[in-house]
Design a protein around this ligand. Structure first.
Ligand code: NI
Length: 267
């Protein structure tokens, strides 16, 4: 496991850029030329709730770096459970980890996922690079399509494995943009497609968090029977509002996150 949080995030970012080329361009579009004001609010990771690779296995890497558990979130229709983690240093990005609840899925999906994960060497889950190690099993295109018809989340996770699903620009920290809407307008003007599920902006000052996101890029995936372009990762934008004590809200909003998940849907 990593002992240096800066190094971990640098590696996650580098890995994310390999399949999310738009992130570099968005970083340049939103950032100031005077200062480094593109600050990462949080990353998100996805997994399946099997004992070898469940949410807690991913979380262990962050707990070892001093993170503490924050809130928990339920997504009934998507059959997901999630927790967020925060670091005592508020400048260190928060982490949102979700897992697919396999027992709520079809026997066919359960069997496919168990067969894939059975090919993973359990030792990889404690290695330094686990959180950006990608996929640990071969998969063919028909299996991907079968998963996709039941759960976009399952299909994405089966193909991309362990990596940051998204990074998130803190709109609060940007010097050239005041509102989330102005960020969205600049992104659209530059040609980036936004996730419109639930509206371009999810949340409101009432729930202390407003979020938007791009639609995922597409990147080549090597299946056992050929290469295909598949939705990869996306960039999120978050504006946080102050709580009663004046500090910015640090949690997440399940109703908004539910729509953000759809950023990896096929266009
Ligand atoms: Ni997010």
């Amino acid at each position: 496991m990593h002992t240096n949080v800066t190094e971990l995030f640098a590696n996650l970012w580098e890995n994310y850029l390999t399949v999310t080329p738009s992130a570099d361009k968005i970083h340049a579009l939103l950032g100031s030329s005077q200062q480094d004001d593109v600050i990462n609010d949080h990353i998100a990771l996805r997994t399946f709730n099997l004992p070898e690779i469940g949410l807690e296995k991913l979380a262990a890497h962050f707990l070892a770096l001093g993170y503490v558990e924050g809130g928990e979130y339920h997504f009934e229709s998507k059959k997901l459970y999630a927790k967020h983690y925060e670091h005592p240093d508020a400048n260190v990005p928060k982490v949102f980890i979700s897992e697919l609840l396999l027992e709520k899925c079809s026997p066919q999906l359960q069997q496919i996922v168990k067969n894939l994960v059975a090919q993973l060497d359990p030792a990889v889950t404690t290695a330094d690079n686990f959180l950006y190690s990608g996929r640990h099993w071969p998969i063919d295109q028909a299996t991907y399509q079968t998963l996709l018809t039941e759960s976009e989340y399952a299909a994405w996770t089966a193909v991309w494995g362990f990596r940051a699903n998204h990074f998130t620009v803190s709109v609060n920290a940007l010097s050239n943009f005041e509102t989330l809407d102005s960020v969205n307008q600049a992104l659209k003007k530059a040609g980036f497609a936004l996730n419109t599920s639930g509206g371009e902006i999810k949340g409101s000052p009432d729930v202390l968090l407003k979020q938007s996101s791009t639609l995922a890029d597409e990147a080549p995936v090597e299946f056992t029977d050929g290469t295909a372009m598949i939705p990869s990762c996306f960039y999120e934008f978050a504006r946080r509002f102050p709580t009663a004590d004046g500090s910015l809200y640090r949690g997440f909003v399940a109703a908004s996150a539910d729509k953000i998940f759809e950023s990896t849907n096929a266009r």
